[in-house]
Design a protein around this ligand. Structure first.
Ligand SMILES: *[C@@H]1O[C@H](CO)[C@@H](O)[C@H](O)[C@H]1NC(C)=O
Ligand SMILES: *[C@@H]1O[C@H](CO)[C@@H](O)[C@H](O)[C@H]1NC(C)=O
Ligand SMILES: *[C@@H]1O[C@H](CO)[C@@H](O)[C@H](O)[C@H]1NC(C)=O
Ligand SMILES: *[C@@H]1O[C@H](CO)[C@@H](O)[C@H](O)[C@H]1NC(C)=O
Ligand SMILES: *[C@@H]1O[C@H](CO)[C@@H](O)[C@H](O)[C@H]1NC(C)=O
Ligand SMILES: *[C@@H]1O[C@H](CO)[C@@H](O)[C@H](O)[C@H]1NC(C)=O
Length: 532
């Protein structure tokens, strides 16, 4: 029996429990109240700017082009004369945006960075279907803008996925009702039909934006719907079929997300493991959308293992349209999305406001502090050079619509994981005169300063810059480099020896963020060009 005193103790206990729940780790901060556009596609550049890109046939945005420039495109489905911008460049340091000019429609397009740091962006809808566009980043304050190429892709691609290859080519795979891949720009090889894309195209599709990873054996892992293959892209041969993942479909419109877990020097970067999280009940998509519960499972599979199989895990909450971001600590942030329904206009409800952080070594999920802003369809998440995660977009409407349950979202936020708390600053490493180039197979040393005592290794972690759209970051990969014990130099400074990746198969040429990480606390990264 519970007496009055016990009842009070119980209430106090519950208060304490709810206070503990309120003190969830991490923090959201609004960076910009009005970015002018809702970013459907987002990519960080190596000069610390971020490309925000929406679609063009969406009517007026909330930011105009400058200097009296307008877009007169007779093929635009909505406004043939349009003076508003549909892409902007965000400068991290000044926290400002500059309008960019994009001519053809980029709706549900794809992208990847070239080895020289230029973003190649491909496809879209309507007159943008076969388009190839380039954005060469300039230092903040510059006037760089989109350049659209005369040379088109062979197939129109809407909802395709791109991957930079070791030889510097870009492969683009799949798309809506296109069951092939090609290399962009085409050098005469043509398109390659891929039966796997036919096989995974069910009555609601569920195979758009396939998850594509370059593996350490220079084959591609391709996941669509609930199935996956190992593809030799030189010979167009399927080398392996993997087991079907249990549970819901995981690609658009069911909208799970996925990452290739960090490649690790401990096994000479030879082990590749894929993580797929969330998705929707397949019958949530048909119109009118049913608000069935989203998937609550993740699967992890070592795809380089001879007898690969899915290990299934349960997330703390259901989620579709999540974005998965590889953190410098080797953990995975799962953020944005909803708990019911599916991907598509007005198709989801019950926003998933709390991110979770997944730790691969323990398979543990930790619920993070909530955002106040629902980020459902057409929202993005990208790692920044200081370890924050930039969160943009959400527009589940055909046009910009600022009323109703999920208004078009123009605010940009950053999520700061607890590793950025100032209480960790005494362990936070920072580089002293870091290198700007890492050459394949070469050793290098780097000086790192840490305010507190250094009693454990200082890890060096390479992070690629992905092209993020529709809950999947194309080209995202991370390498945990080999490091020596820190060698004391003087004051708070230590020297660390390390080795660059051995080949472009492990890390295709290009710009990467190199992070120092000490006892799970990352310092600010430096940009390195990984090359021959
Ligand atoms: C863009 O320009 C149009 C035409 O001058 C104007 O009506 C509109 O208010 C402007 N929009 C913004 C966000 O400045
Ligand atoms: C990078 O390469 C692309 C494709 O060859 C080219 O269009 C672009 O101008 C290059 N960018 C720089 C900065 O050299
Ligand atoms: C959302 O999904 C949960 C879990 O399946 C379910 O209990 C709930 O009724 C759903 N919400 C709506 C509005 O259908
Ligand atoms: C196959 O998988 C099982 C269970 O996951 C594991 O115990 C075993 O070591 C694996 N064998 C090989 C050859 O990889
Ligand atoms: C790099 O360092 C490792 C470990 O000290 C050593 O085994 C290797 O030979 C070095 N490689 C080069 C190219 O110097
Ligand atoms: C750092 O190490 C020194 C020497 O071992 C010790 O006296 C000091 O308390 C340590 N400082 C911290 C903050 O741990």
């Amino acid at each position: 029996m519970m007496g009055g005193g016990n009842g009070l103790a119980f209430v106090l206990l519950m208060l304490a429990v709810s206070q503990a729940a309120m003190a969830q780790p991490g923090r959201f901060d609004i960076l910009i109240e009005n970015a002018g556009i809702a970013s459907m596609h987002t990519a960080l550049t190596h000069v610390n700017t971020v490309i925000f890109l929406d679609r063009t046939n969406i009517g007026p945005s909330e930011i105009n082009l400058t200097n009296g420039v307008c877009r007169d495109n007779p093929k635009d489905l909505v406004s043939t004369h349009d003076c508003s911008a549909h892409s902007v460049l965000f400068d991290i340091a000044s926290n400002t945006v500059r309008p960019l000019f994009i001519f053809t429609d980029t709706w549900c397009s794809s992208g990847a960075f070239l080895p020289n740091g230029t973003l190649m962006q491909t496809g879209g809808d309507n007159e943008g279907f076969k388009k190839v566009r380039y954005f060469s980043p300039c230092p903040p304050g510059g006037a760089c803008d989109w350049v659209e190429s005369e040379k088109e892709m062979l197939a129109g691609r809407w909802y395709a996925s791109n991957q930079l290859l070791p030889d510097g080519r870009i492969i683009t795979i799949g798309g809506r009702n296109v069951f092939s891949y090609e290399f962009v720009p085409d050098q005469g090889l043509g398109q390659f039909d891929l039966q796997f894309l036919h096989d995974t195209n069910d009555e609601y599709n569920d195979n758009y934006y396939p998850f594509v990873y370059l593996l350490p054996d220079n084959n591609l892992y391709v996941f669509a719907n609930r199935d996956s293959i190992l593809l030799n892209y030189f010979t167009n041969t399927v080398l392996r079929k993997y087991p079907t993942i249990p549970g819901e479909p995981r690609n658009y419109p069911c909208a799970g997300s996925s990452v290739l877990l960090p490649l690790d020097n401990a096994n000479d970067f030879s082990v590749a493991e894929v993580l797929v999280c969330g998705g929707s009940n397949k019958f949530a998509f048909p119109y009118p959308p049913a608000q069935l519960g989203a998937s609550q499972t993740c699967g992890r599979m070592i795809v380089t293992s001879n007898n690969a199989s899915w290990e299934m895990l349960t997330m703390p909450m259901r989620r579709n349209m999540g974005d998965m971001v590889l953190l410098p600590t080797g953990q995975v942030l799962i953020v944005n999305g909803a708990q019911n329904g599916s991907q598509g206009w007005g198709s989801a409800s019950n926003a998933a406001l709390n991110p979770v952080i997944f730790t691969p070594s323990t398979s543990q999920f930790d619920v993070q502090a909530a955002s106040t802003i629902p980020r459902v369809y057409h929202s993005t998440a990208n790692l920044l050079p200081d370890g924050r995660i930039l969160i943009a977009g959400s527009n589940t409407h055909q046009y910009y619509t600022f009323t109703g349950a999920f208004p078009t979202e123009l605010r940009v936020e950053a999520f700061s994981p607890a590793y950025l708390d100032s209480s960790n600053d005494f362990q936070r490493p920072s580089f002293v005169n870091p290198p700007t180039v890492l050459r394949y197979g070469f050793n290098f040393t780097i000086d790192v300063s840490v305010p507190g005592n250094v009693t454990s290794p200082i890890q060096l972690v390479l992070c690629s810059v992905p092209f993020t759209t529709h809950s999947y970051s194309q080209g995202q990969r991370q390498l945990n480099l080999a490091v020596s014990q820190p060698l004391f130099i003087n004051g708070n400074t230590y020297s660390v020896s390390s080795s660059a990746p051995k080949s472009a198969v492990l890390a295709p040429r290009g710009y990467y963020m190199l992070f120092p990480v000490h006892k799970g606390i990352p310092g600010r990264s430096t940009w390195v060009l990984v090359t021959y």
